[in-house]
Design a protein around this ligand. Structure first.
Ligand SMILES: *[C@@H]1O[C@H](CO)[C@@H](O)[C@H](O)[C@H]1NC(C)=O
Ligand SMILES: *[C@@H]1O[C@H](CO)[C@@H](O)[C@H](O)[C@H]1NC(C)=O
Ligand SMILES: *[C@@H]1O[C@H](CO)[C@@H](O)[C@H](O)[C@H]1NC(C)=O
Length: 394
């Protein structure tokens, strides 16, 4: 008898809690002008849209990045590689095989090569063997078969400059989070005029569009950017070229650094954190190295986050994905439980997610609850007494 009467008030309560933050979940472009854009939020861990909203739309495409911006990303994340003619592009794999329709382009069949990539002989169609014009003739597709395939073949590869345009055109301040990807391979295969290296072109591109300034400086807040790389020598090389904040990415425990061949254990040691903190503001570890998993169940967390924080380094782990294929069993197939664990139990400073919308909703709803806990419980009390009165009348 009491249950059906409860349904409406609880729904009403949820609406009030969400709405009472005073801001719409997704700011409407028509409501903000370029001159007075909503600033980057800096009061809670960063929502980093990994390759755009690639859980929904093929990775690293303009559509995936625009979707991530609509869904509330603080930063849009991208992997920078190069074409044969030295144009920087947004693309994750060094080969085009998995996420483009290169196989259908029979006229490129003779471009297949084998190169050594991080100590492994890899065969495929490498971005560094195609001009930007040729790359633009390809179309991108979804990486995983269990994700939405309807956008396959609809979008092309974009350049680093086109990516920057998307961020700068956003209706609010949206940061960028580009990676200097596979610098060893790129510098082996692509040459730029005047002896410039891949890393130099990368920084020049950021500077061309006005990206500068140290973390949280006035310049930075206007156009926020984190530069990320797995290669410590690349981060050190650019340290004299730009004061933009840098993040040192850390791979799985089995994979040595591509440039210095250092082990996971060496680069996460206290002496190394002491050294690298002179160049970077944080680390970006693979999440399973922070909290190891056995048989798909999480084990005791390591002390990596505590030690990084003790060195005043932020921690932005990767990658959070909604699907059961990726969720550890501790999380009961619920990505919100995973976000709650990492944000509120482990205490990280940013997360790379394939589903920016899910992380955004989690953060909006939980922060509204925090802010409104008092008024919400009062409201609940009022509703309960209304129901009691109503039930008494019936
Ligand atoms: C890759 O292949 C070349 C040519 O066959 C060979 O000389 C080299 O040792 C191989 N490298 C690795 C890491 O297997
Ligand atoms: C950066 O500049 C300083 C001072 O000029 C110099 O001592 C240092 O070697 C430079 N570092 C790199 C990586 O070029
Ligand atoms: C990298 O380090 C490992 C372990 O110390 C060593 O066995 C290997 O030969 C090194 N590789 C290169 C390319 O130096």
């Amino acid at each position: 008898m009491a249950f059906p009467h409860c349904v409406f008030p609880i729904g009403l309560l949820l609406l009030l809690v969400v709405g009472s933050s005073g801001r719409p979940l997704y700011p409407l472009p028509s409501k903000s002008s370029r001159g007075n854009r909503q600033p980057l939020q800096t009061s809670r861990p960063y929502n980093i849209a990994h390759r755009g909203s690639n859980g929904e739309i093929p990775e690293e495409t303009a559509a995936a990045y625009m979707r991530a911006i609509t869904e509330g990303a603080d930063f849009i994340e991208t992997d920078i590689l190069s074409s044969k003619d030295g144009v920087l592009i947004c693309f994750h794999d060094v080969t085009l095989d998995v996420t483009t329709n290169i196989a259908q382009h029979k006229h490129f069949a003779n471009r297949k090569r084998t190169y050594e990539v991080q100590g492994v002989n890899t065969t495929g169609f490498f971005t560094v063997d195609f001009t930007i014009e040729e790359l633009k003739s390809l179309r991108v597709k979804q990486r995983y078969p269990f994700r939405d395939q309807q956008y396959n073949g609809k979008f092309s590869i974009i350049t680093f400059e086109e990516f920057i345009d998307i961020a700068l055109d956003a209706p609010r301040v949206v940061g960028i989070y580009p990676e200097i990807k596979n610098p060893v391979l790129i510098n082996q295969h692509v040459k730029w005029p005047n002896g410039k290296k891949f890393e130099d072109k990368f920084v020049e591109t950021l500077q061309k569009y006005g990206y500068k300034g140290s973390y949280l400086s006035k310049d930075w807040l206007k156009q926020p950017a984190f530069i990320q790389s797995f290669a410590p020598t690349s981060l050190i090389h650019i340290s004299n070229l730009t004061d933009l904040p840098k993040i040192f990415l850390i791979d799985d425990v089995t994979i040595p650094t591509q440039d210095t061949n250092q082990s996971y254990w060496e680069i996460t040691s206290d002496p190394y954190l002491d050294y690298i903190k002179n160049y970077v503001v944080g680390i970006g570890p693979w999440k399973d190295t922070v909290v190891p998993a056995v048989n798909n169940y999480l084990q005791e967390p390591t002390d990596l986050v505590a030690r990084a924080h003790a060195h005043n380094l932020q921690v932005h782990p990767y990658t959070y994905r909604n699907e059961n294929q990726f969720l550890h069993l501790n999380f009961h197939e619920d990505p919100y439980v995973e976000y709650n664990f990492w944000l509120n139990h482990i205490g990280v400073d940013g997360l790379f997610t394939d589903f920016t919308g899910s992380l955004h909703n989690f953060q909006e709803w939980t922060s509204s609850q925090e802010r409104d806990k008092k008024s919400a419980s009062k409201l609940l009390h009022d509703i309960a007494s209304m129901i009691a009165t109503y039930n008494n009348r019936v």
